[in-house]
Structures are given as C-alpha cells and as structure tokens.
Design a protein around this ligand. Structure first.
Ligand code: FES
Ligand code: FES
Length: 170
C-alpha cells in the first residue's frame, strides 16, 4: 500500500507492505541506521524515535499507521548539541548502542517536562527507565541530563531566560 511518511522534515511516499514496521522503513529503506534495533519487541528502547515530539518505539509501530512527523537521531539537529556533548562529558555511553534511543527520549523530556522536574534525579531515572543500557549503569546518563548546559538548553527550548551562576535570571 502507498504510504506518506514525514521523517526529519522530509516527506517520503513509499509502497509498503501493510505489516512493515517503522524501524525497518527507517533503517532499510531510508538508510537512517542511527535508530538501533535491540529486542524488536518494545522492551529495550533502543529504537526510540519521536512521533510528533513523543517518544515511541519504532520496532512495534506499523509504518503505514504513522501519521505524525517522525524524528530520528539524525534529525536531532545542532540545537541539541549540548545534550550530545553532555553524554560524552559525563560518561553517558560506552558502546553507544543504546545512545540514539536514550538521546531521543531525553530530547523529549527536555522539550516537555516541567523545568523543576529536570533537577530531580529520582524522577529522571523513572522517566528514562524504558531505555535499557547494558554498559554504563545509568549514572552517567542521569548526570548528563542534570548537566548545567543541558538545563540551559531546556530553558532555551521554552524561550526562558538563562539563569546565572548565582541562580538569578539574566
Ligand atoms: S528494539 Fe524496539 S524496544 Fe527494543
Ligand atoms: S552504552 Fe552500551 S548499551 Fe548503552
């Protein structure tokens, strides 16, 4: 069947079998191999992409049923560079297999979560617990999310003024 799929700002018209999964379209048809395939059963989060800004598991979505804008790690954009840098600086990955999925879930949190929640370690752990990592033990991932540059990014995404070192708004 013919399907329209909007991915990272580009529209694709594809002839797809009704049962084809979004992850296979992204990786095999569109060459977007940043989205990783782990369990292929909706359990590990490696395949997390955003659909209209919400984190979804591409391995359990039928591509022809996707109607929103899909964003993959390739489409995360320069704006999210502080997030990627924080993962590197804080030891947020080792082998990197889970990292695209972690980044996409984190990007959704940074864009939408109440700002005060982004400083709450226990809450962050809970929000990220759908994304499994076999390497890092999660501490580095949470440190990355609490990194000051990432907090600044979250404020920027909301159009809020930066907060200076002393805690005062600039
Ligand atoms: S590959 Fe999709 S959740 Fe594991
Ligand atoms: S960094 Fe290796 S699985 Fe997460």
């Amino acid at each position: 069947m013919m399907a329209r799929l909007r991915v990272n700002g580009q529209e694709h018209v594809l002839d797809l079998p009704a049962g084809e999964r979004l992850i296979d379209v992204l990786r095999d048809r569109l060459g977007l191999t940043g989205t990783k395939q782990g369990c292929r059963a909706g359990e590990c989060g490696a395949c997390t992409v955003l659909v209209d800004g919400r984190p979804m598991q591409a391995c359990i979505m039928l591509a022809c049923r996707v109607h929103g804008e899909v964003r993959t790690v390739e489409g995360l954009g320069e704006r999210f560079m502080p997030l990627r840098q924080a993962f590197a600086d804080e030891g947020g990955f080792q082998c990197g297999f889970c990292t695209p999925g972690q980044l996409m879930r984190a990007a959704a949190l940074l864009a939408e979560a109440p700002l005060e929640r982004l400083g709450d370690e226990a809450w962050l752990r809970e929000q990220m617990n759908g994304n499994i990592c076999r390497c890092t033990g999660y501490c580095g991932i949470i440190r990355a999310l609490m990194n000051e540059d990432v907090r600044t990014l979250a404020r920027d995404l909301r159009g809020e003024p930066a907060v200076t070192e002393g805690g005062f708004q600039a």
